[in-house]
Ligand binder design. Sequence first.
Ligand code: ZN
Ligand code: ZN
Length: 346
Amino acid sequence: MSAIPKTQTAYGYERGKGSVAKYENVPVKQPGDNQLLLKIEAAGLCQSDLHILKVVDEEYPANFIMGHEIAGQIVQVGKNLASDPKYQLGSRYSLCICKSCGVCKNCRKGLDMCCDEVSGYGIGTDGGFQQYIVVENLRSLVPIPEGVSYQEAAVATDSVLTPYHAIRKVQQFLEPTTRVLLFGLGGLGLNALQILRTYGCYVVAVDRKADLEAQAKRYGAAEFYTDIGDSNHPTDSFDICFDFCGYKQTFEDCQDYIARDGKLVIVGLGNLQLNYMNFYLARKEVTIYANFGGTAGEQLACLELVRLGKVKPLIKSVSIDELPYYFDQLAKGKVEGRIVFTPPKL
Ligand SMILES: [Zn+2]
Ligand SMILES: [Zn+2]
């Protein structure tokens, strides 16, 4: 293994800039006695990264390294971990996005993403768009099974995990006779189709990008539309609607097409506020599920789904030097599946 450099290049948030900042000569930190240094082998680009760049809140840190979908290998351990077999040099780990306390009520329930003191890698604190990261919170390490690549593992931490978590909430309603309507075939939606396929229900997928039809059908969609209004499906006819966009239009469509006693599962954060048709949904006895990430246990399950080949995330692997370009492409809606950055060979 090559020597660990003293400095590195990183990309991240700079308050007020609005686009991604490049940071040169960022020190590679030394792990403390109970910490370790992870060499980042893959870091995914997420739609949320575009939202982060727009934050202007004075209470948000002024600068930090972004990237919250992280996988890598251990290259250095603190002295108290030196003889711990879990933390051998070369051991492969993905990171839970959330750095959770482990002791609050929500952590005790396994809901680390709802931790009272939660902070996130690449979301307010330094994340994966760099070559090395100190892991202070060992609870956030989730081992990568053999046969799963670093790129797949990085994507599993969010773009597989988030749909998996949302789908699990309604899994007791997923029968072969269940009619599912799914909006949005970005990184999350394409993985959602593959997870839903394991339940055998009937899925109608909608995305405004017409060229996603073949991919959607390969991943298990029975029908595909760029606008559900172009289909013959009547309103009030789907048992479960998933909104992986979270825009005004998709949320309105979900409310129109959800059947009586239906479950409306909202995942996408396209608009941070949406209009809820109170009487209309009350009349239909609709249940709404809101979602944010998933649990560490679910992350293990997602890695296993990838290992078994049941979920094959659509990944484009590029060099971290191309990061600003792909931020731009993502903002223009020109990215298919998930972009994953790999660091240069140092
Ligand atoms: Zn994300
Ligand atoms: Zn906690």
